[in-house]
Design a protein around this ligand. Structure first.
Ligand code: DCP
Ligand code: MG
Ligand code: MN
Length: 341
């Protein structure tokens, strides 16, 4: 998702950004493009206000890309620490149910509306009466855990646990946490591991390692669920599941393991560092230059038909190096912390 909270450099507007992000997540789920854009632009502006907390509508309105309605919301957040609109009690009854269902991991608008049309109104309704996949059932049973964000310090601990076990299996394998964590976020929706090893040319080279890692992490009671898994090269080899820190306090957290050959590491780093908007703009830029960027590499001589529809794949120009991809695209290097959109 696009979720992210404040930057770890503790921006004085962190709370406002966090509330706006929740609004953004909600509007993303219900496909309200106009509001998504408005909140995203406001978040970008607030991120740049690193020296000053914006507290009044007047000063907010003077900033770029902030209209009068958003400006009023900034003031409301600063005086009440929240937004009435965000408060569960102020949503329309049908909105409340929709909001509840949309927060279930991997549930979109179509699925949520279908459940509502079938008469379901609560999580218990779903657990008792709806036809659920195993993953949906797990996501609902662990709803409070899986819908709360993971503090940065906990992501660091979760990462250390995985990295330790990985090192014991194969010290040459590299595991890096991408996603919002690599962008410096104070909290994350999940933990995104990008896994590679020197000398690999296909993600299937890493599948035996991943299988061994998953098995040992289950044995240590760190992994608690598998939501999806793919070992095929075409879809990218990955594992999506849930994990928890040892001890009674350990909450269920979403974890993604992505296997990447060294030959595609740079392109994969760009993709899995995000954010999604930043990725979209880099891809569009590549396409305007007659190239194509995806999580495997930057390609040239891509044949395109009408409406930029790709006809041929083209030839790989660069996959290994993140920096080289930026250079070839002709864009200045952006540190992960500068890739918020
Ligand atoms: N990504 C993308 N397009 C998507 C989904 C993901 O480009 N539709 C990329 C960019 C994301 C990265 O994958 O940054 C990881 O996806 P996440 O959903 O885990 O998003 P983040 O890590 O950025 O945020 P969160 O803190 O919510 O996990
Ligand atoms: Mg993530
Ligand atoms: Mn993820």
């Amino acid at each position: 998702s696009s979720s992210s909270s404040s930057s770890s450099t503790t921006n004085p507007n962190a709370r406002t950004i966090e509330v706006f992000q929740s609004m953004c997540d909600y509007y993303t789920k219900i496909n309200d493009h106009w509001r998504i854009t408005a909140y995203r632009k406001a978040i970008t502006t607030l991120r740049q206000q690193t020296a000053k907390k914006i507290t009044t509508a007047e000063e907010a309105y003077l900033l770029p890309n902030i209209g009068s309605r958003i400006a009023q919301k900034i003031e409301e957040i600063c005086s009440t620490n929240t937004l009435r609109r965000l408060n569960y009690a102020n949503l329309e009854p049908t909105d409340k149910v929709l909001d509840l269902f949309l927060k279930i991991h991997d549930v979109g608008l179509a699925r949520a509306n279908k459940w509502i049309s079938q008469g379901h109104r609560t999580l218990d309704d779903l657990l008792i009466r709806a036809n659920l996949t195993a993953s949906q059932r797990l996501a609902i049973e662990h709803y409070p855990d899986l819908t709360s964000r993971i503090p940065r310090s906990e992501v660091t601990q979760l990462a250390a646990f995985v990295q330790r076990e990985a090192f014991l299996l194969d010290p040459d394998v590299e595991l890096l946490v991408g996603g919002s964590y690599r962008r410096g976020s104070d909290s994350s929706g999940d933990v995104d591991f990008i896994i590679t090893k020197r000398g690999t040319t296909s993600s299937s080279d890493l599948v035996p390692f991943m299988n061994a890692l998953i098995s040992v992490l289950y044995k240590k009671n760190f992994l608690v669920a598998t939501l999806a898994q793919s070992r095929r090269e075409s879809e990218g080899s990955k594992f999506l599941g849930c994990c928890r820190l040892p001890g009674p306090e350990g909450k269920w957290r979403r974890i993604d393991l992505l296997l990447v050959p060294e030959t595609a590491y740079g392109a994969a780093l760009i993709y899995f560092t995000g954010n999604d908007i930043f990725n979209r703009s880099l891809r569009l830029l590549a396409s305007k230059k007659g190239m194509r960027l995806n999580q495997r590499g930057l390609y040239k001589d891509v044949m395109r038909g009408p409406k930029r529809v790709k006809v041929t794949d083209g030839e790989l120009v660069e996959g290994r190096s993140e920096r080289r991809i930026f250079e070839i695209l002709g864009v200045r290097w952006r540190e992960p912390s500068e890739r918020w959109c």
